[in-house]
Design a protein around this ligand. Structure first.
Ligand code: SF4
Length: 445
């Protein structure tokens, strides 16, 4: 049987919903194969209704723009860290059209500090494509959503489920952990075969069109009517409401009960079917990634000041901190020498390199090595040796370079990587240090 997506489920953000084809069909439920188990989704839904999260800023809406924004921000970032960014971002870019037409710099500045900056670049491109290709309306088909920048299969399913009630399976890191424990999956989830196995489970366990009456408690027969008024949407079917509650329930379970360490199994609705719990392997599952040594990278960064301005360079779009402003760097520095004391030879070579790199911007008057620091990324660790450089004479124009002089009082709002911003604010972030920097630049110190 085919079902029609209700136009009323399209959400307030899709004001031009009349452009959508009202006969658009969501997929039929998959056949009830050997993996399917209606009791699984019923347990998750029942728990979500009573104990799940219902008042996060991106809940109680079917606005696909807001839901998409939250899903992208929540990738690799905790809820508590996302909330202030989400609210600030929405107040500046309240619609997908406003985000699409905003300057890239401004989008990056509003993302600055949230990390994983490729998400922000993809977010901007995605908004532009939604406007250009879909008339400003996010599609309800997960396959179409997954063609947009920055939206993978699981994120596409979450957006479609929360915005339109589309019956689609999610499988983020938290859900993988729940499935690996409940079904005793004892191979690493990052392996292709294991991931395929988890996807098969995720699809098979989705709520079915007609809930089983045998194991379904009376209070769950119509989940929609049991939802708080704020979460009910006129025209939404019982299955759509169940899909939404189930999707949210899986996320909530993984985030709040079935945590990586110390899961609260005594309160878990899946405890009775959990293989890891029954076999004493909760701490072992999911199987961890085989360990590899973390690669180490090294960089020399230059804090170049002139008066109350600091020199910043635009980073290339690809690579770490892509598209953000950052401090100029010396090329070819890849030795782990930052821990060692600076020898006279190293210092002389370094000063010559700094003078060469900064020649387009002015003549170097003095440079001083600052305290090295390290910053951890997912796949490597970056060790930075910063040098404070004072120019004697600044070149008037900096021509075609990707660099810009930024007033120190603008540092707080500039699109800078978090550790660079922290360094600059530590150096120049209060009045005393401002005064010192100005006096130093003018030769008084
Ligand atoms: S019983 Fe424990 S380990 Fe199993 S799914 Fe629930 S919280 Fe996770």
């Amino acid at each position: 049987m085919k079902r029609v997506v209700s136009p009323s489920a399209q959400g307030p953000g899709n004001a031009n919903s009349s452009k959508r084809d009202p006969s658009r069909l969501v997929p039929d439920p998959v056949p009830n194969d050997a993996l399917s188990d209606p009791g699984f989704s019923q347990d998750v839904i029942g728990w979500q209704r009573l104990h799940g999260r219902h008042s996060l800023p991106w809940q109680n809406t079917r606005d696909a723009y807001r839901i998409w924004l939250s899903e992208i921000m929540l990738q690799q970032t905790q809820v508590a860290a996302v909330i202030p960014y989400y609210l600030k971002f929405l107040s500046r870019f309240p619609t997908v059209a406003m985000l699409a037409s905003a300057p890239a710099d401004e989008v990056m500045a509003h993302w600055s500090g949230l990390g994983y900056y490729s998400r922000a670049r993809n977010l901007h491109r995605c908004a532009q494509q939604v406007v250009a290709l879909h008339g400003g309306i996010f599609p309800d088909d997960p396959a179409l959503l997954a063609e947009l920048p920055g939206i993978g299969r699981s994120t596409a399913a979450a957006i479609a489920a929360f915005s339109y009630g589309t019956r689609a399976a999610i499988l983020d890191g938290n859900v993988k952990r729940v499935f690996a424990r409940v079904f005793g999956v004892d191979t690493y989830p990052g392996e292709k075969k294991t991931e395929e196995q988890l996807w098969r489970l995720a699809v098979a366990l989705l709520p079915q069109a007609a809930p089983s009456s045998t194991s379904l408690s009376a209070s769950l027969v119509d989940v929609k009517s049991a939802l708080p008024a704020s979460e009910q949407v006129p025209g939404e079917s019982g299955l759509q409401a169940r899909v939404q509650a189930y999707t949210q329930g899986l996320m909530d379970l993984g985030a709040t009960l079935c945590s990586r360490s110390r899961p609260a199994c005594e309160r878990c609705p899946l405890a009775g079917r959990c293989v890891a719990l029954a076999t004493g392997r909760v701490a072992e599952l999911p199987v961890r990634k085989p360990k590899k040594a973390t690669p180490q990278k090294y960089a020399v960064m230059l804090v170049v000041t002139d008066g109350d301005a600091v020199l910043l360079s635009q980073r290339p779009d690809s690579g770490i901190w892509g598209g953000l402003l950052s401090l100029p760097e010396l090329d070819g520095f890849n030795e782990p020498e930052h821990d060692a004391a600076e020898t006279a030879v190293v210092r002389t070579e370094r000063e010559a390199s700094i003078a060469r790199v900064l020649a387009p911007f002015g003549e170097v008057a003095a440079c001083e090595r600052l305290q090295p620091f390290s910053h951890g990324f997912t796949h490597f660790k970056l060790h930075v040796v910063p040098y404070r450089v004072r120019l004697a004479r600044r070149v008037a124009g900096i021509g075609q370079t990707q660099s810009v002089w930024v007033s120190m009082d603008k540092i707080g709002n500039a699109p800078l990587p978090a550790p660079v911003k922290k360094l600059l604010l530590a150096l120049f972030g209060n009045d005393d240090l401002f005064a010192t920097a100005r006096a130093s630049a003018s030769g008084a110190v």
